[in-house]
Design a protein around this ligand. Sequence first.
Ligand code: THU
Length: 133
Amino acid sequence: MQKNELCEIAKRARENSYSPYSSCRVGAALLCADGNVYTGVNIENAAYSPTICAERSAFSAAITDGKREFSMIAVAGEGDVFPPCGVCRQVMAEFCSADFSVLCVTPEGYREYTLCELLPHAFTPENVKGDTL
Ligand code: THU
């Protein structure tokens, strides 16, 4: 899977965004280690706080389908660069390694960041070592 292809999938997914309150349309495409791709969109809510971001929608779909290993995610939002919010970065840190790639789609192509660049000194499962992990 080429990075450009994943960005195109995220852009197509964005068309299904449910964002009547912000008019901010966001789509995400998550590539799993096994080559499968799951998409997500932001889903807003009249009560505002139940809103879920596109990135977490994509992770929810993949995890529900039993996936646990991920290679990269492409995020297509509004404007020039649409960086993932802090909550989405934290969800990525739960499942992805520091070198996980985040492709932020731009009008010209994409900007690539590692998860470590977006969320340095992350709080991860390693910090909650218990018998069940
Ligand atoms: N949004 C995302 O989908 N992903 C992010 O990482 C940041 C924000 C959505 C949530 C809301 O529907 C809209 O963008 C404006 O915040």
